[in-house]
Design a protein. Structure first.
Length: 306
């Protein structure tokens, strides 16, 4: 019998990077992409099967050391270090696109292991286990990926504080546009940290914090025009931080030319995805304009009742 754990992707609406420095962040669960992990019994050993690896957990490649550390720590906490088992991971979240793939995979695996051993798993324990892998991925995780990929509501989040669920009910749609280029979250987070001493970087982070706070108010007031304008302003602040790329900028320019309410990169940047806020009746023309420059486009059907 297989014991399943699931999580989903995440989209940062506002506040990536600045969230690492204590400013607020707005994030949405992205249910259209999912991770399913299944833990099952085998006669001996501990193995893992996914698209990138099939074999002994001890020999996972360097790029999967975060996941290995999460599995080891989960089994240790459950006093099942040597229990024979196989973990199979199936994911529709593209990797390194700013959609929280690494946190979601770690979260689904932890849920599945705890399920397999019929152990109670509270949310804080889950988040602390995911943090082990996220800290290895990049040293300064804010925790937003872990929280959003394991929660089913939109979040207003400030690092190390209790997150607030927010109710999103907007007459707008959100397109998620994948450049097809791997994002570089680790490198981007590292470069922002190395340049933190510069006033221009601190100002950009502060601006992102203020824009995110205003975006929360715009969501509460259901003002999609204001939210869109704030998103595009946030993209410019992220450009100042040095975390955009020419492909992301190009997609933002096209979206704005075709009348989007707003658009910006989402997640770690330097590749990965951008998002476009639009009126439902603009969606089709925007998709047609963006498609030739995109690897894939998803749409969050409507921002009603997240
Ligand atoms: C990555 O999805 C979001 C960043 O702000 C990093 C983090 O919050 O840990 C870039």
């Amino acid at each position: 019998m297989a014991y399943i754990g699931t999580t989903h992707g995440k989209i940062i609406l506002m506040g990536e990077h600045s969230v690492v420095y204590g400013y607020p962040c707005l994030a949405l669960p992205f249910f259209e992409t999912k991770v399913i992990a299944e833990t099952s019994t085998i006669t001996k050993g501990q193995t893992l099967y996914c698209d990138f690896y099939k074999g002994d957990i001890q020999h996972l490649p360097t790029s999967m050391q975060g996941l290995k550390a999460v599995i080891t720590e989960s089994l240790k906490r459950l006093h099942k270090e040597n229990a024979p088992l196989n973990i199979t991971i199936t994911s529709s979240i593209p990797i390194e696109r700013g959609m929280g793939s690494s946190a979601a995979v770690a979260g689904a695996v932890v849920r599945s292991i705890y399920h397999y051993f019929d152990a109670k798993l509270d949310h804080n324990t889950l988040l602390s286990l995911i943090a082990i892998s996220e800290t290895l991925t990049h040293q300064k995780p804010s925790g937003i990926d872990a929280l959003t990929t394991t929660s089913d509501k939109a979040l207003y989040f400030i690092k190390d504080k209790k997150a607030q669920w927010i109710h999103v009910n907007l007459d707008a749609e959100l397109l998620i546009v994948d450049t097809g280029i791997l994002g570089k979250t680790k490198e981007a987070v590292h470069d922002v940290a190395s340049n933190y001493h510069k006033a221009s970087i601190q100002n950009a982070l502060k601006t992102l914090g203020a824009l995110t706070y205003e975006a929360k108010q715009a969501i509460e007031e259901r003002s999609v025009e204001t939210l869109g304008r704030l998103m595009t302003e946030a993209h410019h602040a992220l450009q100042h931080l040095g975390v955009s790329s020419k492909e992301l900028d190009h997609l933002v320019t096209i979206a704005q030319q075709y009348g989007a309410l707003g658009s910006k990169l989402t997640g770690g940047g330097r590749g990965g995805c951008m998002i476009v806020l639009c009126r439902p009746n603009q969606k089709q023309s925007l998709i047609e304009a963006l498609r030739p420059h995109a690897n894939h486009i998803w749409s969050i059907l409507s921002l009603i009742h997240i």
